[in-house]
Design a protein around this ligand. Structure first.
Ligand SMILES: Nc1ncnc2c1ncn2[C@@H]1O[C@H](COP(=O)(O)OP(=O)(O)OP(=O)(O)O)[C@@H](O)[C@H]1O
Ligand SMILES: [Mg+2]
Length: 549
């Protein structure tokens, strides 16, 4: 261009050059203008994209943050952090050490490693501390951002609050543990019940045959009362393992609590005040009344033990609606719906968190040796669960304890009318009875007791044998007493086949525990006798079943 500007002398030449120059300038101007416009559009797009990402990061349900390397200075933190941890983003920029102090001491090393760019790509699980002191479970993913030379320049992190998930996992783990312990306890209790039936059965017979003045008499009574205590223990184990047979009926919870009032007052002694608050409306529930009394007694005794220097115990019945979200605060949840509730509240010493997580475990007790078996609450748990109810507990050291039991209401009038009458006093008879029991000790005891009461006896040690006896026996068989759990043909199957053979026959089931399948068998109408039983209760039950129309 400088060459063209050099004057050549002619005016016209100059004009031409000038014109060319002007045109070139105009062209360049146009190009610059177009470029500027494009640049501005690009910039606008960039700004919009930035805005989009910023909004995404700021509204994300997770904490998103970035630290620069080396040094680990926080240069970005989204506002979500304030909701999860109680700190504003600005506090992280102002205080470079804040991030490092968030995890609980055990988890600090893991976060430090991640923020140095060491644990690239991995997910880490940590407990962080909220400004208010509470623990927050955090699951964090991070990416290392590399600079030009490949060196780590920054770490970008996404940290998620997983506290709720962790608490559900913990609940599940706890309930699986309870289930496993329950199965074990149930199995042991079942075998024990057979043995106890024999011990206390023969014990009772021996006592009735012996002269009360003899020395042996007292010793035999000791054996029997020990067997009774052992039976009580296995009953508690069965209740916890939910393998006992419940005999549900409809009744008014208010009337049970009202009836127990006097006994509870006696239990509590003088320095504990009892306040009973009963629901205004009827509070009919469908459950095993005896078991429910056990639940109330256990809770009341625990409350009493928590108030050695006195206090107030409130027993309250009410009606409540359980929603889906309630399951979070309950130890044992139940489907949403209406429930009748029983609350037992005390002003005792309360419990810390560590105790509270273990109280329903069998044999967990904080009481001195010999004063608590640790079975009370496990039994409560088992009975409520088997009754399709729910259970909640709140407690704080020094601030007392509140247990709340939710029980399904009796559904219809039909259930309500099923309240059973008292048992018959009559125990003798002359009918023919077939006893089916695989434990020979128990079978012999039953036969001996029933023969003594006047009956004719047939025996079988399993289902197959029982069918053969029923087919081969020429005379009438009025009643079959059968164990529910037997190898081969079980009690339920045997009942079906016998009904086909001899439709007029009556059945009475016995068992040390309930299993799946027994539940449908033992409605309130199905005659059932829980092991261990004594010869006297057996004879009374047999007469009652035979006399049913
Ligand atoms: N109302 C309460 N206040 C304070 N602590 C309680 C209360 N109820 C239960 N606990 C705690 O829970 C533990 C377990 O209770 P649980 O009823 O299962 O067994 P226990 O009372 O120790 O023994 P058991 O009932 O078999 O005689 C108790 O030892 C006690 O530490
Ligand atoms: Mg107890």
């Amino acid at each position: 261009m400088t060459k063209n500007l050099r004057p050549r002398g002619a005016d016209s030449d100059c004009d031409d050059t000038l014109r060319m120059l002007q045109e070139e300038l105009a062209q360049t101007n146009r190009e610059v203008m177009a470029l500027t416009i494009e640049l501005e559009t690009r910039l606008e797009q960039l700004r919009a994209a930035e805005e989009r990402y910023r909004r995404l990061a700021e509204n994300a349900p997770d904490i998103i943050y970035r630290v620069e390397l080396p040094g680990g200075r926080c240069t970005f933190m989204n506002p979500r952090v304030e909701q999860v941890l109680g700190y504003a983003p600005g506090e992280f920029y102002a205080d470079p050490g804040l991030l490092g102090r968030l995890p609980q001491p055990d988890d600090r090393a893991a976060l430090e490693a991640a923020l140095c760019g060491e644990s690239a790509g991995g997910t880490i699980l940590m407990r962080w501390q909220h400004r208010n002191g509470s623990a927050v479970w955090i699951e964090q993913d991070q990416t290392v951002v590399r600079g030009a030379g490949g060196a780590a320049a920054a770490v970008e992190c996404i940290a998620r609050d997983v506290t709720e998930r962790k608490s559900l996992e913990e609940q599940l783990r706890q309930s699986q543990k309870m289930e496993a312990v329950g199965r074990l306890a149930g199995g042991v209790a079942h075998d024990f019940n057979n043995l106890l039936t024999v011990i206390s059965g023969y014990g009772a017979q021996a006592i009735s045959a012996i002269d009360p003045a003899s020395e042996l008499y007292g010793e035999l009574r000791e054996i029997n009362s020990a067997a009774d205590r052992a039976a009580g223990l296995t009953r508690q184990l069965l209740a916890f393992s939910r393998r006992q047979v419940l005999q549900p009926q409809a009744f008014d919870l208010n009337s049970v609590v009202g009836d127990m009032d006097r006994m509870v007052r006696r239990l509590l002694g003088e320095n504990i005040e009892l306040r009973t608050v009963l629901a205004q409306d009827e509070s009919w529930i469908y459950a095993d009344r005896g078991q429910l009394e056990q639940v109330i007694l256990n809770l009341v005794i625990n409350a009493r033990d928590a108030m050695p220097k006195g206090g107030v115990l409130v027993l309250e019945t009410a009606h409540a609606e359980l929603g889906v979200s309630d399951s979070q605060r309950l130890v044992l949840s139940a489907p949403p719906g209406r429930y009748v509730t029983l609350a037992v509240r005390d002003t005792g010493h309360g419990m810390d968190e560590a105790t509270l997580t273990r109280i329903f475990e069998p044999f967990f007790t904080t009481k001195p040796k010999g004063q608590g078996t640790g079975l009370g609450l496990s039994m409560v748990y088992g009975i409520v669960k088997q009754s399709d109810g729910a259970l909640g507990v709140r407690s704080e050291p020094g601030k007392g304890t509140a247990f709340e039991v939710f029980l399904p209401p009796a559904r219809q009038q039909g259930e309500r009318s099923s309240e059973t009458a008292g048992t018959a006093k009559q125990t003798k008879g002359s009918e023919t009875i077939l006893v089916v029991e695989d434990e020979s000790g128990v079978r012999k005891l039953m036969s001996a007791a029933l023969r003594k009461a006047g009956y004719s006896l047939l025996e079988a040690s399993n289902g197959e044998e029982a069918l053969a006896v029923a087919e081969g026996h020429a005379g009438a068989i009025h009643l079959v007493i059968s164990d529910v759990v037997m190898p081969g043909i079980g009690g339920a199957e045997l009942a079906k086949r016998l009904a086909a053979l001899r439709p007029e026959l009556k059945m009475l089931f016995t068992s040390g525990y309930s299993e799946t399948g027994l539940a449908n068998l033992t409605g309130p109408e199905t005659p059932f006798l829980q092991k261990p039983f004594t010869p006297a209760t057996l004879a009374a039950k047999v007469r009652e079943v035979l006399d049913r129309s």
